[in-house]
Design a protein around this ligand. Structure first.
Ligand code: NAP
Ligand code: ZN
Ligand code: ZN
Length: 346
């Protein structure tokens, strides 16, 4: 066991505060990673506030982890000390179910072991990346290519893979029109990846106040959803809509923006049930879907793709004492476009 500095929520809705946690000794197939940067995902906030249901406290959030390997177990074959690595939303899974065998560990039949707010295979609570070190089985760690600086790579471990996976699955590319709803953490990376894949990209944001940024990030078009004309003008336009909004939307209105056979993939996970109007789908064989992060191999593929296409997150680097303020700014849609914690300040 090693004692490491961390930032934790002691109870639901409580502000995060400095504390220490224990990390397990480096096992046969484990890596010890010295965390250098960790992103703040809106999912951290949902969970700290128990918006998705009962949670485990104290909670050390953080599943956009970038760092450097500082120790390896005797059975480790893929990584060595000094390697630049990332850890995303999961740190283990059953490894034998159909989904695990297919590289879809995020859909493990037993549920993957989430990086925090979960119970590990050793029966102990998992603690996330708002900490100085983490110990993870090498099979749930990915390599960060040399071309990607660790601070702007960290958010790719969740925001990157969560948008890359559905963009690939629903074949975003040349000749396909993709809309991204919400220009926040997921949204801004989604715009960059969709653009890099060659799709025609539209941002649908609450207002036009981030329009210049959206166009600079690679969007071809930018519309305000507060303007009712947007829904008239864009009716029947999109092959694919990525919804990254953390609150429920008017799904009938957004569904009407899909072309025949178009799909709206709902990545945002609101805290309350949503209302679906099927009449907005049946006429054009439209689909409403969802998608969760991506598998381990796909996460590596995403990082390699991003390095090859110059895609990374646009970040605001903060110290540990700014975490609680950053949460408030994320909740107010005042993030440009991902807060990343410098773990040296823990
Ligand atoms: P974020 O940085 O807060 O971005 C969400 C964006 O949605 C905001 O910046 C804002 O963009 C827009 N928005 C917020 N409230 C809105 C409202 N009431 N109506 C319309 N638009 C609104 O959050 P994030 O980190 O990208 O995460 C977004 C959601 O995805 C969260 O629910 C998170 O838990 C979920 N998530 C899911 C997965 C998955 O695997 N499916 C993975 C990671 C995160 P504008 O100002 O441009 O409108
Ligand atoms: Zn996340
Ligand atoms: Zn499994």
């Amino acid at each position: 066991m090693t004692t490491v500095a961390a930032y934790a929520a002691p109870a639901a809705k409580a502000p995060l505060e400095r504390r220490t946690i224990e990390r397990r000794a480096v096992g046969e197939h484990d890596l010890r990673i010295d965390i250098t940067f960790v992103g703040i995902c809106h999912s951290d906030i949902h969970q700290v506030r128990e918006g998705w249901g009962e949670a485990i406290f104290p909670m050390v959030p953080g599943h956009e982890i970038a760092g450097v390997v500082s120790a390896v177990g005797p059975g480790v074959t893929k990584f060595g000390v000094g390697d630049r690595v990332g850890v995303g939303c999961m740190v283990d899974s059953c490894r034998v179910c159909d989904n695990c065998r297919a590289g879809l560990e995020q859909y493990c039949a037993d549920g993957p072991v989430w990086t925090y707010n979960a119970v590990g295979t050793d029966g102990r609570p998992t603690y996330g990346g708002y900490s100085q070190q983490i110990v993870v089985d090498e099979n749930y760690v990915v390599r960060i290519p040399d071309g990607l600086p660790l601070d702007v790579a960290a958010p790719l471990l969740c925001a990157g893979i969560t948008t890359y996976s559905p963009l690939r699955h629903w074949r975003a590319g040349p000749g396909r029109r993709v809309a991204v709803v919400g220009l926040g953490g997921l949204g801004h990376v989604g715009v960059r990846i969709a653009h890099a894949l060659g799709a025609e990209v539209t941002v649908l944001s609450q207002s036009l106040r981030k329009k210049d940024d959206g166009l600079r990030l690679g969007a071809d078009h930018y519309h305000a959803t507060s303007d009712p004309r947007t829904f008239e003008e864009l009716a029947g336009s999109f092959d694919l809509i990525l919804n990254t909004v953390s609150a429920p939307l008017d799904f009938a209105a957004y569904g009407s923006l899909l072309r025949t056979d178009g799909t709206m993939v709902n990545l945002g996970l609101p805290e309350e049930p949503v209302h679906l109007v099927l009449q907005s789908l049946f006429g054009n064989r439209r689909s409403m879907s969802s998608s969760g992060i991506g598998g381990i191999a796909e996460t590596q593929e995403m990082l390699d793709f991003c390095a090859g296409h110059g895609v990374a997150a646009e970040i605001e680097l903060i110290g540990a004492d700014q975490i609680n303020d950053a949460y408030e700014r994320v909740l107010a849609s005042d993030v440009r476009y991902r807060f990343v914690i410098d773990t040296a300040t823990l």
